[in-house]
Ligand binder design. Structure first.
Ligand SMILES: CC(=O)CC(=O)SCCNC(=O)CCNC(=O)[C@H](O)C(C)(C)COP(=O)(O)OP(=O)(O)OC[C@H]1O[C@@H](n2cnc3c(N)ncnc32)[C@H](O)[C@@H]1OP(=O)(O)O
Ligand SMILES: NC(=O)C1=CN([C@@H]2O[C@H](COP(=O)(O)OP(=O)(O)OC[C@H]3O[C@@H](n4cnc5c(N)ncnc54)[C@H](OP(=O)(O)O)[C@@H]3O)[C@@H](O)[C@H]2O)C=CC1
Length: 291
C-alpha cells in the first residue's frame, strides 16, 4: 500500500522528531496534540533542528523550507482520519492511547494503517480494541529521532504481512534501519536499556555512587555517549518508570521492580529535561546534579 500522508498524535519530544523525519522524506504530515502550546513548541523545535542540519550541511535551506511547509498542525483529532498512516506518540499510558484510538476509529479510511510509538505496551492488546488489528503495528522510533538510525517494528498477533511490508518500506524511505521485535513487554531496546537505567538509579539510591560518578563511570568506563541517569532524564523519568511497570507487570519477575527513588522523582514532577529537573537541574546555565 502506498503511504503519502501521515497523521501524528502527540507533539512531545517523539512526536516532533517523527514529524521532522517524515516531512524531510517528502510525506505530508498532520500533527495533533491536546494543547496548542505543545503544537507551537513542536514546530519551533523542528525548525531549530532543521536549522542545525542546514548549518551542518546535511540538508539545503530549500529542503528545510519544503519540509516545514509539509507539516500542518491541528487540535482536532478527526482531521487525521484521511491520512494513510497514523502514528500515535502520546504519553506512555495505555488508557490515553486507548482513548485516542477509540476517538479516531469513526473517522478513518478503511485502508488507514494505525501505529503506536509505544516504548513498552502490548501491541496486540492496543490493536485488539480497534476495528483493524490486522492493520495495526508498533513502530518504535528512538530519541532523538532525527539522529537515531533504528526503528523497531513490532507485529501484534493479528498484524498482516501487507502492513508489515508497507511499514518496512516506510522505514527505509526515512533512511532508517528496521529491527523486528516480537510483541513482549518493552520489545528489544527497552527490555535491555531501561532496566540498566533503573539499576543506575538503584546504584544511586544505595549510595554506591553519586549522580556524577555513576554517569562518568558509564561514559568513560563503557563508552556510552550519555551516562544512564543523564539518559533517563533525556528519555523522561515518567516514561522510564512507565516502562519498568510494564516489564514488572507483564513479565511478573521481581528483577524488574522500579527503584523507589525513580518513583519519588516522578512523584515530585522531576521528569528530567522536559520538566527542567530530574537527576540534573537544567534550569541554570549548565546541568547541576540533584544528588
Ligand atoms: C525510551 C525509548 O523508547 C527508546 C529510546 O529512544 S532510548 C534512547 C536512545 N537514545 C540514546 O541512547 C541517545 C544517546 N545519546 C547520544 O547518542 C548522543 O548523546 C546524542 C546523539 C543525543 C547527542 O550527541 P552529542 O555528540 O552529545 O551532541 P552533538 O554533537 O550536539 O550531536 C551529534 C549529532 O547529532 C545531531 N543532533 C543532536 N540532536 C539532534 C536533534 N534533536 N535533531 C537533529 N539533529 C540532532 C547534531 O547536529 C550532530 O550532528 P553531526 O554528527 O552531523 O554533527
Ligand atoms: N522519550 C523517549 O525517549 C521515547 C518515548 N517513546 C514513546 O513515545 C511516546 C511519547 O513520548 P514522549 O514524546 O517522550 O512524551 P512527551 O511527554 O514528550 O509527549 C507526549 C505528548 O502527548 C501529548 N498528549 C497526551 N495525551 C494526548 C492526547 N489524548 N491526544 C494528543 N496528544 C496527547 C502530551 O500533551 P500534554 O503535555 O499536554 O499532556 C505531550 O505533548 C510514549 O509512548 C513513549 O513511551 C518512544 C521512544 C523514545
Amino acid at each position: 500500500m502506498s503511504i503519502q500522508s501521515v497523521g501524528i498524535v502527540g507533539a512531545g519530544q517523539m512526536g516532533n522528531g517523527i514529524a521532522h523525519v517524515f516531512a524531510l522524506a517528502g510525506y505530508d504530515v498532520l500533527l495533533n496534540d491536546i494543547a496548542q502550546e505543545s503544537l507551537d513548541k513542536a514546530v519551533a523545535t523542528v525548525t531549530k533542528n532543521l536549522d542545525r542540519q542546514v548549518q551542518r550541511e546535511k540538508i539545503s535551506e530549500a529542503g528545510k523550507d519544503a519540509a516545514l511547509a509539509r507539516i500542518k498542525t491541528t487540535m482536532a483529532l478527526p482531521e487525521l482520519g484521511q491520512c494513510d498512516l497514523i502514528i500515535e506518540a502520546a504519553t506512555e499510558r495505555e488508557a490515553v492511547k486507548d482513548k485516542i484510538f477509540e476517538a479516531l476509529l469513526p473517522h478513518l479510511k478503511p485502508t488507514t494503517i494505525l501505529a503506536s510509538n509505544t516504548s513498552s505496551i502490548s501491541i496486540t492488546r492496543l490493536a485488539s480494541k480497534t476495528d483493524r488489528p490486522e492493520r495495526f503495528m508498533g513502530v518504535h522510533f528512538m530519541n532523538p529521532v532525527p539522529v537515531m538510525k533504528l526503528v523497531e517494528l513490532i507485529r501484534g498477533i493479528a498484524t498482516d504481512d501487507e502492513t508489515y511490508q508497507t511499514m518496512l518500506g516506510v522505514v527505509k524511505s526515512l533512511n532508517k534501519t528496521a529491527a523486528s521485535a516480537e510483541d513482549f513487554p518493552a520489545f528489544i531496546v527497552n527490555r535491555i536499556l531501561v532496566p540498566m537505567i533503573n539499576e543506575a538509579v538503584y546504584t544511586l539510591y544505595e549510595g554506591v555512587g553519586n549522580v556524577e560518578s555513576i554517569d562518568m563511570a558509564m561514559k568513560l568506563g563503557a563508552n556510552h555517549p550519555m551516562g544512564p541517569l543523564e539518559l533517563g532524564d533525556f528519555i523522561g523519568l515518567d516514561t522510564c518508570l512507565a516502562i519498568m511497570h510494564v516489564l514488572h507487570d507483564g513479565l511478573a519477575d521481581t528483577k524488574y521492580r522500579p527503584c523507589p527513588l525513580l518513583t519519588k522523582y516522578v512523584e515530585a514532577g522531576w521528569l528530567g529535561r522536559k520538566s527542567g529537573r530530574g537527576f540534573y537541574d537544567y534550569r541554570g546555565e549548565k546541568p547541576v546534579p540533584t544528588r
